[in-house]
Design a protein. Structure first.
Length: 208
């Protein structure tokens, strides 16, 4: 990997899953708190699998702790349900690969926002954060409209495979884009903004 001096150097790296497995294998009392935490999270995940409502409750609690309003949380969860129905539609249409899901999602987002996938995150000063968790209420609504429209158009067109669903994704995104432009024309305000929910310290870094 490239070091700070610009030279490429051999580096030990690991993804999150590998790091957690390393922690599990460490025979030290210092690693015990991490092992207990992993066991707790694993147990909670098992409960959520058997009762999905617990997962929804946990997500709501986490967003509340982060200071999100009940109205925002409801819109975020509604948008996620719309997203889930769309991905189910894609699966039924023969879309199986993760990169294909990602490509169709990018098409929808680019179509309704007129921005590439990276531009909204750059605008909001985000790095690894989930973009949807930093959207405004309006941005969530228009994202949901784009994905709902895509699903209904795909159903109407009986879209199968990647090529046909690419066309449906563009059409669905266009529906939300037209609605966005109409709202912006009447309010003289941009739907897409640089607003985010970053902690104060991270927001200061962004401004620098």
């Amino acid at each position: 990997m490239q070091a700070e001096d610009g030279k490429l150097r051999e580096t030990d790296v690991a993804d999150t899953e590998t790091l957690l497995r390393v922690i599990q294998s460490i025979p030290s009392s210092k690693a015990e708190p991490f092992k207990q935490w992993l066991a707790k999270v694993g147990y909670e995940r098992m409960k959520e699998i058997s009762d999905p409502a617990q997962g929804l409750d946990r997500a709501r609690e986490n967003w509340q702790k982060l200071g999100r309003s009940d109205k925002w949380i409801q819109q975020r969860m509604t948008g996620q349900e719309t997203r889930n129905k769309l991905t189910d539609c894609w699966k039924d249409a023969g879309i199986k690969e993760q990169d294909e899901f990602a490509m169709l999602t990018k098409i929808i987002h680019k179509e309704w926002t007129d921005l590439t996938e990276k531009q909204p995150k750059e605008l909001k000063g985000l790095k690894s954060q989930n973009l949807r968790d930093h959207m405004s209420e309006a941005e969530l609504i228009f994202t949901a409209l784009a994905e709902l429209s895509t699903r209904q158009i795909a159903d109407s067109d009986k879209a199968k495979g990647l090529s046909q669903n690419t066309k449906a994704s563009k059409k669905g995104g266009a529906v939300a884009k037209n609605a966005r432009k109409e709202l912006e024309a009447k309010t003289s305000k941009s739907v897409i903004t640089g607003d985010n929910f970053l902690p104060p310290e991270e927001e200061k870094k962004k401004l620098k």
